[in-house]
Design a protein around this ligand. Structure first.
Ligand code: AMP
Length: 285
């Protein structure tokens, strides 16, 4: 029996909601699943969506149970899954960090040699620490890693950190980052020519790119144009249009959303006026 193109997304946890909202924003029109429903379909595309644990997504994709999946890059790397990473999705950002209780004497990763380290990522932890010449004993735990030192299960931990507040509230301090992660779209290896997969990657990518950028419009005195263009952190060439008022031009450009904060005062200082920034819905570079 042939099945429809299927994408697995996390059924719960912190990646579920942003994965779902990415599919919605992409225009696939995923059908809202009923409670406890594990599979749903898209109204605008011949695609089914399967809900599974984020941990299980890499294996489902590797084994061909589904064609694509959304999960954390840390989980793909930890399981050493033979899958293709198709797209970074710009959410679920975190890093795998080694940490010790505040009162511990360790100050660098090298100080972890010979220690007992609790982690839910034993492979990534061992591989990354080996690069710093550290061999240690890894105690695999599946949740609440940060409590392990207090329970005297381990002297240190390697765990995912996003803001650092969980570490701090458990009396732990970081010794360094071992791996950077974010949510990714993955696909079965050997399926690079699959048309549905290429379309899905392009469409999701257009939303991810759009979210990371703003459309900037402003008017600038013509004699300041070169200075202004030099300021813009834009990849492509901005559009420049003459205005009815002599000596002023309008500039339109795509700029990274993170740059807006520092860019606006610099534009004002250059004499730019009528500065607008607009959200972008889709962007295919
Ligand atoms: P879940 O345990 O289902 O909430 O999701 C775990 C996944 O979310 C991890 O594998 C990471 O890819 C991602 N993630 C992002 N930030 C964090 C964080 N602070 N702690 C744990 N997981 C995170």
């Amino acid at each position: 029996m042939t099945r429809r193109f299927t994408i697995a997304i996390p059924s719960k946890g912190r990646l579920r909601e942003p994965s779902w909202s990415l599919l919605e924003a992409s225009g696939l029109a995923p059908e809202e699943p009923g409670e406890r429903v594990l599979i749903t379909h898209c109204r605008n595309a011949d695609i089914d969506i399967l809900f599974v644990r984020a941990d299980d997504v890499p294996e489902y994709v590797q084994d061909g149970v589904v064609d694509c999946g959304i999960t954390g890059l840390d989980l793909v790397a930890e399981r050493r899954s033979a899958v293709d990473v198709l797209l970074e999705l710009g959410f679920g950002s975190c890093s795998l960090q080694a940490a010790v209780p505040n009162e511990d004497s360790a100050t660098t990763l090298a100080d972890l040699s010979g220690r007992r380290i609790a982690t839910s990522h034993p492979y990534l932890a061992a591989t990354a620490l080996a690069k710093s010449g550290v061999t240690a004993e890894f105690i695999p735990v599946s949740g609440s890693v940060e409590i392990a030192p207090r329970l005297q299960l381990a002297e240190a931990i390697v765990d995912l950190v996003s803001t650092g507040s969980t570490l701090r509230s458990n009396g732990l301090r970081t010794l360094g980052v071992l791996f950077e992660s974010q949510a990714v779209l993955i696909g079965r290896s050997g399926q690079a020519t699959n048309e549905a997969r290429s379309t899905l990657t392009t469409v999701l990518g257009s939303v991810v790119n759009a979210r990371a950028n703003r459309y900037l419009l402003c008017n600038v005195p013509a004699e300041k144009l070169d200075e202004m263009i030099a300021l813009l952190p834009t990849k492509g060439s901005p559009s420049v249009m003459p205005l009815a008022a002599n000596g002023t031009v309008a500039v339109h450009a795509l700029v990274p959303a993170v740059a807006i904060w520092s860019l606006l005062p610099q534009l004002e200082a250059l004499g730019a006026s009528s500065i607008l920034t607009l959200p972008v819905e889709r962007m295919v570079p």
